[in-house]
Design a protein around this ligand. Sequence first.
Ligand SMILES: C[S@@+](CC[C@H](N)C(=O)[O-])C[C@H]1O[C@@H](n2cnc3c(N)ncnc32)[C@H](O)[C@@H]1O
Ligand SMILES: [Zn+2]
Length: 388
Amino acid sequence: MHTQFITEGTTKLEVPELEHFRTRAGDYAPSLAPVFYNPHMELCRDISVSAVQVLADELDGIRVCDPLAGVGVRGLRYAKEVQGVAKVIANDRSREASELTKRNIELNGLASLVEVRNEDANVLLWENRGRFNYVDLDPFGSPAPFVDAACAALARRGMLAITATDTAPLSGTHVKACLRRYGARPLKTEYCHELGIRILVGFVQRVAGKHGLALAPVLAHATRHYFRIYLRARRGPSFADELLAQQGYVSHCSACGRRKFIQGAAVGLPSSCECGNEFIHAGPLWLGRLIDLAFVHAVAGDLAKRNFKFGQQELVFLARCAEEADGPPTFYDMHELAKRAGASPPKIIGLIGKLRGRGYFASRTHFLGTGFRTNAPMDEIVKIFKSA
Ligand SMILES: C[S@@+](CC[C@H](N)C(=O)[O-])C[C@H]1O[C@@H](n2cnc3c(N)ncnc32)[C@H](O)[C@@H]1O
Ligand SMILES: [Zn+2]
């Protein structure tokens, strides 16, 4: 394998030579390389480094598991760049990946902190029940096959971080695949990515419930081709029950854009909207908060002290996540509203200002450049939209 040397954060890495693995269109295709490494995920990994630092600041000597490690970049970065990590296990079932991870450990002088394993992720996680304070599931496609074992491997206090790149099923392009993998119905709407994240969180929480484990989201974002969620773990059936009570359904009217949120498991869903049109439904999914403000502020505070290549962009991104943290589920799209209202869209900042002026919550959203989040009722939104 042709390799090259790069640096992410302060970690040196030997990775497949990116020039050699391109699609016909000329884009770098990580999946064509014998060992997976995607340079476009650096922003996601930088945020993870700071997230793990926040966790390590709360606990004493955290134990980390990177069960789908590729070249080992995540596990190695946590070992090298986070203060307070006691142990990292970097695992991959590919022998080539594990060999490359070993070389990367040497390159960074991390032999005393990082252990390499070469087995199936689920076997490793089940064999290490209750051992890890932080498990990072970063698979190809769906994380669903690994969630049960990851829940088993979490210690009493810790965090589970998950990447999902199967955004098409979760966002409603492949409904059957979403039902199969996550036991939930997605919906193709302007806010389908947020629904996808909420379906993913809901699924993970239901799996965690079997383990008497409560997993509350503290940060969730949709970026490029992937979803990323961080969930704080707390053991105890009553904590799990409290979270499960915040699952439910979103009923959406595609004629007027209204939505209703219905909490509960075996609940009746409204069949028609105030405008007379039939509702369509998504769920079961998580209806609670996706972002814990204190956590995101702590992550941003840590990130600001580091010298990351994309640090400025990452801080702007986290600020936008923080801005929408206190809003209700789902957002509106200026273009969609303009089409329905038969009016051209006003400036988004002006609209948000007017909504706030009338006492409503209003913010932009990281999910969509032309999106805004508000708790104002639909009639008010349309009125203000037309007058803004
Ligand atoms: C998306 S890549 C990991 C990327 C890596 N975390 C990073 O940030 O670059 C997924 C990895 O999981 C490995 N993998 C897939 N299924 C696995 C399994 N069942 N057990 C262990 N490793 C597995 C693949 O060999 C691949 O290296
Ligand atoms: Zn309607």
